[in-house]
Design a protein around this ligand. Structure first.
Ligand SMILES: [Zn+2]
Length: 241
């Protein structure tokens, strides 16, 4: 297998889709960690990457959830967020990291490409983050969130041939919650889990704790019609309530 590790990086702070550059420059005044050397996201510059043959492929476990189960869909003010059961976990990292939630970042009317990470300066249509916490050491994601080995996020860069920019205003209402049937979360990941960029970074929004071990899959996902339907279904649930 082949895996890629990022050994050098710069703290490029990229404007988020719904949070402007101005706001990001402002964050560090209120949140001391924001804008630090571990600040994510970054531009993955492939000429700076170094292949590391010792890195293991990512293993995903119990990702095939049954439709009998209900998942809670809500939003955190920045993105649509789907809660995940902690029996889902990933292997191939120094600890076991159990799932907590997944969410998407996508474009807005003013910025069609909404990914957070970029590759050689290229921004993608959207980006999915599956957030996990170190369940070997911490009881839950709240306890783990500010610990240096607390979180591990799987990131998928998404290329689409149609716009998935969201026009539903209700998405910005805080604390909206609905239940949706569970599905196979593995289907949201690329086929190959052994080619990725790896670096130590942070939460991409305040309080920006430098607590995230990032795995950004190298083969970005070309969103299939079924993937788009799955995402739109999630959005529709929020729009209907
Ligand atoms: Zn995110």
């Amino acid at each position: 297998h082949s895996s890629f590790v990022l050994t050098l990086f710069f703290s490029n702070i990229l404007p988020n889709n719904d949070l402007g550059t101005l706001k990001i420059h402002y964050w560090h005044k209120q949140y001391p960690y924001c804008g630090g050397v571990f600040q994510s996201p970054i531009d993955l510059q492939t000429q700076l990457l170094k292949y590391d043959p010792t890195m293991a492929p990512i293993g995903v476990w119990n990702y095939n959830l049954s439709g009998q189960e209900q998942l809670t869909l809500g939003n955190n003010g920045h993105a649509v967020k789907l809660s995940l059961p902690a029996r889902m976990y990933i292997s191939g990292l120094p600890h076991r990291y159990s799932a907590a939630q997944l969410h998407f970042h996508w474009g807005s009317p003013t910025l069609a490409a909404g990914s957070e990470h970029t590759v050689n300066g290229k921004r993608f249509a959207a980006e999915m983050h599956i957030v996990h916490f170190n369940s070997d050491k911490y009881a839950n994601i709240s306890v783990a969130a500010d610990k240096s080995d607390g979180l591990a996020v799987l990131a998928v860069l998404i290329e689409v041939r149609m716009s998935i920019r969201n026009s539903c205003p209700i998405i910005f209402w805080a604390d909206q919650r609905v239940q949706i049937p569970a599905f196979n979360v593995r289907s949201l990941l690329p086929a190959r889990l052994d080619e990725y960029y790896r670096y130590d970074g942070s939460l991409t929004t305040p309080p920006c704790y430098p607590s995230v071990l990032w795995t950004v899959f190298r083969k970005w996902k070309i969103a299939s019609p079924s993937f788009i339907s799955q995402v739109l279904l999630v959005i529709d649930h929020l729009c209907q309530y």
